[in-house]
Design a protein around this ligand. Structure first.
Ligand code: IPM
Ligand code: MG
Length: 362
């Protein structure tokens, strides 16, 4: 049956990188019997400009009906002074929430060709393959009450609420343990249980979930230590599971181990396998329109979409191999450029990837 894909380019470099991923999907449709239909919609600042809201009803309707969503990025300095509910980031949070996309998978894999692009010594990162499982629809990002108010001393104070129900912790725990079963069977749960009650409960529930996975080794780590261990000895990790905000921070950190955040895809899934796929990086307004953004994170996000929502793991494998081929060819966008390599533009990188895919047909 034809699967419906909603494409949401968004802001900044979003449209440029999404174009390249769509180019790749078009080739898969034309030459590898991929049965999809793609529609385009508005989100973030682009949606605010066109429709007055970062997550318009029309986008919500299309998103609810889609089997999968491919998103570029949202945000830009021109929107910084809008009322908070109208800011582009709220569009992203709203779509995550509307679709119940509670499980955010952020793999940090080092392509061996990029070992020297990492800010860490090659021996510290060689062979790195971590999966960060970030809870995406709870905690301080969504907890009520929240706001800025005047306190009884007449001073303004801001407040947010970190809260987790047991069921929310349990379901993200199961995603992490299921993933670990397909990998090296290690889960490290990251929390701040020495300070936060939320984390105390988190730890307790993770212990309970672990009982159903006797083959998986569960460890716990405080988030400050985890931040340190990620740069000290990142290869000790297999699957990291953590709450929304810790996952936001640690996944940016982990991305740098791999050379560039421009290489990292992500998948956000709900319980019915519907998914939103986006690069882990942001809209990079400073380089928007220059044609230098790295489209590989978005193309690899499309690969995750094929694997998790479209039941075409065969095509996901092909894309991932094609990425290796173009890196072997020495092609690099500016973010991963090194002496002796050939610098290419966003669209040249996309074209090279398409050529590498086509070469697998013979
Ligand atoms: C991310 C981003 C978002 C987040 C922002 C843009 C709201 O940083 O996807 O990691 O904090 O979740
Ligand atoms: Mg982030």
């Amino acid at each position: 049956m034809t699967k419906r894909i909603l494409v949401l380019p968004g802001d900044g470099i979003g449209p440029e990188i999404v174009d390249e991923a769509v180019k790749v999907l078009d080739v898969l449709v034309g030459e590898f019997e991929l049965d999809i239909e793609m529609d385009e919609g508005l989100i973030g600042g682009a949606a605010y400009d066109a429709a007055g809201h970062p997550f318009p009803d029309s986008t919500r309707e299309m998103a609810l009906e889609a089997d999968a969503i491919l998103l570029g990025a949202v945000g830009g300095p021109q929107y910084d002074n809008l009322d908070r509910p109208l800011r582009p980031e709220r569009g992203l949070l709203a779509i995550r929430s509307a679709l119940g996309l509670f499980a955010n998978l952020r793999p940090a894999i080092l392509y061996p060709q990029l070992a020297s692009a990492s800010s860490l010594k090659p021996e510290v990162v060689a062979g790195l393959d971590i999966l960060i499982v970030r809870e995406l629809t709870g905690s301080i990002y969504f907890g009520q009450p929240r706001g800025i108010q005047v306190n009884d001393k007449g001073e303004r104070e801001g407040f947010n609420t970190m809260r987790y129900a047991e069921s929310e912790i349990e379901r993200i725990g199961r995603v992490a343990f299921d993933a670990a079963m397909q990998r090296n069977k290690k889960v490290c749960s990251v929390d701040k249980a020495n300070v936060l009650e939320t984390s105390e409960l988190w730890r307790e529930v993770m212990e309970r979930v672990a009982k159903d996975y006797p083959d998986v080794e569960l460890s716990h780590m405080y988030v400050d230590n985890a931040a340190m261990q990620l740069v000290r000895a990142p290869k000790q990790f297999d699957v990291i599971v953590t709450e929304n905000m810790f996952g936001d921070i640690l996944s940016d950190q982990a991305s740098m181990l791999t050379g560039s955040i421009g290489m990292l895809p992500s998948a956000s899934l709900n319980s019915s396998k519907q998914g939103l796929y986006e690069p882990s990086h942001g809209s990079a307004p400073d380089i928007a329109g220059l044609g230098i953004a790295n489209p590989l994170a978005t193309i690899l996000s499309a690969a995750m979409m094929l694997r998790y929502s479209l039941e075409r793991a065969d095509l996901a494998d092909k894309i991932e191999s094609a990425v290796s081929v173009v890196l072997d060819q020495g092609l690099r966008t500016r973010d991963i450029m090194e002496p002796g390599m050939t610098e290419v533009s966003t669209s040249q990188m996309g074209d090279a990837l398409v050529a590498a895919l086509r070469a697998t047909i013979q």
